[in-house]
Design a protein around this ligand. Structure first.
Ligand code: 5GP
Length: 189
């Protein structure tokens, strides 16, 4: 997606350890217009996926996911980090965070994801695929079906994309980063 790639080049910052900081338009301050354009692109790329629900993880997946839910007229569910004491019928899984170098639990209520649901998962980044695999575990626990996974940014130098695609999952990433070596952002054409 041209507008997203241009924004990454203009405002993205490389941090040591292969981390891309996009706090000025995705991860802290958010560009709603760009998120809307991203959602339009997801609509196009997943035109044959037929989801009945959009699924994401708090916090940074929520912005593109809600735009997509609005465009498709579908409910948006976000998995919560940490176990809320008020939640009933919880489905939980453990995810290892690449950027924070620690494990965390994500949960969602079986009330909002169950057999018969066909979900499209949306998130900000695909790196090693740990968050995506955790979500896949929740989808399986719920007895739901995965329609596909869409990411704003994929880091192709980490293995998540290969792993998910080799499992037969329909993965779409709107900007693919080939490398962040020497703190230079190299994007795939
Ligand atoms: P994965 O589980 O695929 O290894 O990593 C995905 C999650 O880690 C994303 O939801 C995102 O929050 C975070 N993440 C991974 N790599 C980066 C990065 O380079 N920059 C930022 N801002 N977040 C990242």
């Amino acid at each position: 997606m041209k507008a997203l790639k241009e924004r990454i080049i203009k405002d993205g910052k490389c941090l040591p350890g292969g981390v891309l900081k996009v706090d000025s338009f995705i991860n802290h301050q958010m560009d709603a217009g760009l998120m809307y354009q991203a959602a339009q692109e997801f609509v196009r790329r997943f035109s044959s996926a037929s989801p009945n629900k959009i699924l994401t993880v708090e916090a940074s997946g929520i912005a593109p996911a809600i735009m997509l839910g609005h465009l498709l007229g579908l409910p948006v569910v976000f998995a919560k980090k940490n176990k809320p004491s008020t939640m009933e019928n919880m489905l939980c899984t453990t995810i290892h965070s690449f950027t924070k170098a620690k494990d965390y639990t994500v949960c969602l209520s079986a009330e909002y994801l169950g057999p018969g649901d066909r979900v499209l998962f949306i998130d900000d980044f695909l790196a090693n695929g740990q968050a995506a695999l955790g979500i896949l575990d929740l989808v399986k626990q719920a007895g739901a079906t995965l329609a596909g996974m869409g990411f704003l940014i994929e880091k192709a130098f980490q293995n998540g994309g290969n792993e998910l695609r080799s499992m037969g999952i329909h993965v779409e990433s709107l900007a693919i980063i080939e490398s962040l070596d020497n703190c230079t952002i190299c994007l795939q054409d």
